[in-house]
Design a protein around this ligand. Structure first.
Ligand SMILES: [Zn+2]
Length: 298
């Protein structure tokens, strides 16, 4: 798991706060912290010695070295150069107003770094390294959209369609389907049938509390409840078997579902659901501890 600075994109911090958060040095445009395996890069637009530029969502970031030709080795240029393979997480800050460091988020190389000519601090032309960086896709939000679509599809089902799904279930591990890749993120398919099975199994009530108010579906007399993958699908890579199984899908009222995703007390709900499901999860070879599960929701 990568280091979490506890910042939202757009947050503004001072240099001192930045150093405290990342436990890094207080000067330079690239600041490595071995302890966290992080590299902070700062694009300072107030200094005017580097010509960093955003073009089509890619920041062309100039490497380290104020005079003479920039070199890759013996400094953090090599760390950034290898950042897609060396496991270092890279965090971008931009400075447009002196002493205000605006956090942009985690970034990664969008293309191969390359050399070009720029003037150095003394106005002498020299070779610099350029690093095309792009913001990492917000994995969680992409997955969220996919889950919302599943909920929408199920909401449209009629009684007839629901009844046609015969609920026979024997717990057994399911092979993972083939993911589709979107923006470098692997997205594993969700089966409507599996989700509706899970809801049927729960009797179309909220598993946190069966008396939680729900409403009747538009096309069906069943209660409206929402399927939720207890171990989020975006962690599929961590498991040998599919997360899209009845054992991993809980039935929730909209309120509990929201609370689990965005609420303050999600940990309480999570713990209850985990305790209800952990044996079933084991039976389908999905091994997860409560601690790890809580981590996934942070
Ligand atoms: Zn509920």
């Amino acid at each position: 798991m990568s280091f979490d600075p506890g910042l939202q994109a757009g947050d503004v911090v001072t240099n001192q706060q930045l150093c405290e958060i990342f436990k890094c040095g207080n000067s330079g445009g690239m600041r490595r912290t071995r302890r966290f395996n992080t590299l902070v890069i700062i694009s300072d637009h107030t200094k005017g010695i580097y010509s960093d530029q955003w073009i089509n969502k890619i920041l062309y970031y100039t490497g380290m070295g104020k005079t003479g030709d920039q070199v890759l080795n013996g400094n953090q240029n090599i760390t950034l150069y290898e950042s897609n393979i060396n496991g270092v997480s890279v965090y971008l800050f931009e400075v447009y107003v002196e002493r205000e460091y605006t956090y942009r988020g985690r970034v990664k190389l969008a293309k191969e770094p390359y050399q070009t000519n720029q003037a150095d601090v003394n106005g002498v032309m020299r070779k610099v390294w350029m690093f095309p960086m792009k913001l990492e896709q917000d994995n969680a939000s992409i997955e969220c959209n996919v889950d919302e679509k599943l909920v929408d599809r199920l909401a449209e089902l009629t009684d007839e369609e629901i009844n046609r799904i015969e609920y026979v279930h024997t717990p057994k591990p399911k092979e993972k389907g083939s993911p589709i890749v979107r923006n470098d993120i692997k997205i594993y398919p969700r089966s409507d049938k599996t989700a509706i099975n899970a809801l049927a199994y729960a009797g179309f009530v909220c598993e946190i509390n069966s008396s939680h108010p729900t409403f009747i579906r538009r096309n069906s007399r069943k209660n409206y409840v929402e399927p939720h993958h207890l171990i989020p699908m975006r962690y599929s890579e961590e498991f040998d078997y599919s997360l899209d199984v009845e054992e991993n899908i809980v039935s929730l009222c909209s309120n509990c579902h929201n609370q689990l995703h965005y609420g303050r007390d999600y940990e309480v709900l999570l713990e209850r659901l985990y305790n209800e499901r952990k044996d079933l999860l084991e039976r389908v070879k999905l091994h997860v501890t409560l601690e790890r599960l809580k981590d996934m929701y942070k």
